[in-house]
Design a protein around this ligand. Structure first.
Ligand code: URA
Length: 231
């Protein structure tokens, strides 16, 4: 098992900068098997360290599912408005690497959003090559036309200004104006644009599944830890 410098552990996990770590140690906030440590350069096993008496937060990395409410963006650009990261512990955004969302949902889209600090997982689950199925519940402004089902499944639907047609998608009609849509891609505003291309306006959009993962009854604004194998 690898030992790391204490100041490095503290900064990597978002507690404080390496420069600030000296103050944390001085204040006796960092202990090793019950004994306050003094030297920030001391190399230790992460699992042996306690910060304010608590084990180091998620030393193995963060992977959580968040129920995104409407009105929050997935970008950190403050000009775009309040973001989903405000729902999660602030320290997670100070980690190195910081947390990010696995793909994005539009500001008004609700539902399942994965959050992680592991770039390889983002890469794996956003690449169309890996074909992770995302399920959306879509409500539109007028009665759905059953001919949309074979059109979306055909793999020939072209979105305006795009040369490649959409990969086959499964549309399942639920009520006259609602349907489930299973997609393996994640193009910009894809669901809204697929329906718009056929004259429908999406009134509400909710993602309920990501691969084998189901949002379940997780309340809006809440998150829970998941394991990569469950996806
Ligand atoms: N497709 C959209 O149009 N919006 C989303 O948020 C997700 C998929």
């Amino acid at each position: 098992m690898t030992r790391f410098r204490i100041d490095q552990i503290l900064s990597r996990h978002g507690y404080c900068s390496r420069g600030e770590s000296r103050g944390w140690l001085k204040a006796g906030r960092i202990t090793l098997r019950g004994i306050p440590v003094k030297d920030p350069s001391e190399k230790v096993l992460v699992e042996d360290l306690r910060v304010d008496g608590e084990p180091v937060d998620h030393p193995e990395g963060i992977l959580v599912v968040l129920h995104k409410p409407a009105g929050l963006v997935c970008s950190r650009d403050e000009r775009e408005g309040p973001n989903v990261f405000s729902l999660l512990p602030e320290r997670w955004s100070r980690r190195n690497p910081p947390i990010t969302s696995v793909g994005r949902l539009d500001k008004e889209t609700t539902g399942l959003l994965l959050i992680t600090d592991q770039g390889d997982l983002v890469q794996r689950w956003t690449s169309p090559r890996h074909k992770v199925t995302k399920r959306y519940l879509v409500e539109v402004d007028q009665d759905l036309d059953p001919t949309l089902v074979p059109l979306f499944a055909s793999g020939s639907l072209r979105l305006p200004d795009e040369s490649d047609p959409c990969l086959p998608a499964t549309l399942t009609l639920v009520t006259p104006r609602t349907a489930h849509l299973d997609l393996v891609e994640g193009r910009y505003h894809q669901v809204r644009r697929m329906f718009a291309s056929q004259g429908f306006r999406v009134i509400s959009l909710h993602r309920s599944h990501f691969g084998a993962l189901d949002l379940g009854d997780l309340p809006a604004g809440q998150w829970r830890a998941v394991v990569a194998e469950s996806i």
